[in-house]
Design a protein around this ligand. Sequence first.
Ligand code: TRH
Length: 401
Amino acid sequence: MNLPPSPARSLALFCKVVDNFGDIGICWRLARQLQHEHGIAVTLWVDDLVSFRRLCPPVQIDVDVQQVGGVTVCFWRDQEGTFVPDDVPDIVIEFFGCELPPAYVAAMAQCTPRPVWLNLEGLSAEAWVEGCHTLPSPHPRLPLTKHFFFPGFTAQTGGLLHEAGLLEQRLQCQRDPIASATFLAALGVTPTEIAALKVSLFCYPHAPVAALFEAWQHGACAITCLVPDGVATDAVSAFLGEPAVPGAVRTVGALTVRVLKFVAQPDYDRLLWACDLNFVRGEDSFVRAQWAGRAFIWHIYPQDENLHHVKLRAFLQRYAAGTASLTAAALCWNGVDTQPAQDWSVLWPRLLADLPAIAREATGWQQQMLVNGDMTANLLKFALALRSVTKENKVQSAVAR
Ligand code: TRH
């Protein structure tokens, strides 16, 4: 079958790694999906190949330009460089307001038609996002307009990224306990640990991990807590009584804590699918936990003046409005002051009792999110609409001349 040529075939995505793995984690997913599902030639500019390699081991850290999984990956060294219009693709995306090299922007301004320029923003459940999604921002000097694109949880936002076939893959894995057990066994998890309630733990260092471990140790339910390498190392080492390196494990009372290696991104999804409860953080693991269909507790990325508490509450209001135990645990995990103050020895048994109901409700949430469409497809649709406007303008101005 001969399909009409796509009106936009090339795209550059610029990613500055501000912190940790979420920036590159999100950009890498987006880049792959644009290439695999939409046939776009994607160039991913990233300024930190070492972080990138943690979640995508084929990445080479000493190479300026490389092909990884069908995507051209360029090391974004600095803001210098010479660029000409031929270097500029049909669509340019800057992630999270990272500033493009000035010469690149100048080359964009010289293109005919000019590229579509989008700023992909961070995820928030706050109401103001709907009003800012797709807003234009004209360049102060050059004939270029950047548009804001916000992921989100409602139809008036860009939605959440989910790859084609993701839910089917997840269901297939979760319906096959042997496949799940084989996956965990390959990470070093023993059959006894697999038989317990499995919890993955991915959080920032300030999470009250020691207090949660204490409650788990003294609880009636056997728990296996799987912690990726480098996560909450102080609290985990204190529990283990030895350095928290992959393979380290210790059981105290009802709790076994095991340190896993940091896995490649697709395996992190499988880990979430295989666990009964997931502690996630930042943005990308937070979204993946929603697609995993299991209960999760979100450790939100901290911001000045506790702005993140507002974001956390906005999400919980949408997601967990009816589940008091989940809301209480999430607030406590994030250090939000509550009246009366909550303690894990009380919070945990309540949350544990609600886990099956929370997992059931997760399915309803997914259906709700799927109605908003996939963020990547939404973003491309928006870019193509802007591009056809740009082309029309070009034709009109040529006719007027
Ligand atoms: O790592 P994070 O805290 O990342 C971010 C960044 O700090 C960013 O600056 C900030 O803006 C954002 O949070 C809110 O958490 P996040 O977003 O969950 O990203 C983690 C990525 O690492 C995600 O893509 C999953 C991946 N990952 C693996 O691939 N393997 C693993 O073993 C683990 C634990 C995670």
